[in-house]
Write a protein that binds this ligand. Sequence first.
Ligand code: KIV
Length: 261
Amino acid sequence: MTINDFLQYKKEQKKISMVTCYDFSSAKIVEQSQIHCILVGDSVAMVIHGHESTIAADMPMMIAHTTAVRRGYSGFIVGDMPFLSYRLTTEEALSSMGALLKAGANAVKVEGARGNLDIISRATESGIPVMGHLGLTPQSINSLGGYKVQGKSSTEQEQLLEEAISLEKAGCFALVLECVPTSLGKRVSEELTIPVIGIGAGSNVDGQVLVFHDLLGLSSGHEPRFVRKFSNVGQPTLTGLDSFHSAVQSGDYPSPQESYQ
Ligand code: KIV
């Protein structure tokens, strides 16, 4: 997939599939799949590093994981810009975005519209494609007061729609829309020319993104309603680990064939 396919897929009503990915081995598996593109999400801070929120992600973390994913994946990678990295000076924001592209990303993602429109324009004019992200924006968890469905009231819906249009005008090539009512997902998708990739935004959008570990059943703890386990890799992984342990205890492993004579 290339940047041009995002618009083309929307025109052809072909749904975009996107998955988060954080490491080389997983990237090699995604490479063999039919998934269209990868997001190296700042959810890496929670899923891989065990932090409580994505606020802990920083540029060195995002660069390290983007570099690892690029080593195992030849397709389109979106790198997430971490908390505040695009909110300080224009110079710092552009330099951080450039660092993600140098690490192997094809585009960057920023959360929210207010206060971001100028940097999105500057970035797109400078050859850095930008994906927007509205609805539940996890970097603003302290302002939102929790991981809740957004855009429930008509005032919030109008505001979100306005913000989505402003992101498209600023130059975003696609928009992630997280945790909003299905009707709002549909409306935003219909109003925008660029594709809307939903996560908890219902089925009337132009694509879907899920966290790798969530969709494979590798996550533990609270699962939002929109998560579907398309397989349950966690259970056989546990069984494999326990089998190794038992074989070590019983002396069954390693066998002579697994040893150097
Ligand atoms: O960081 C992430 O995983 C994301 C997705 C939830 C869209 O931003």
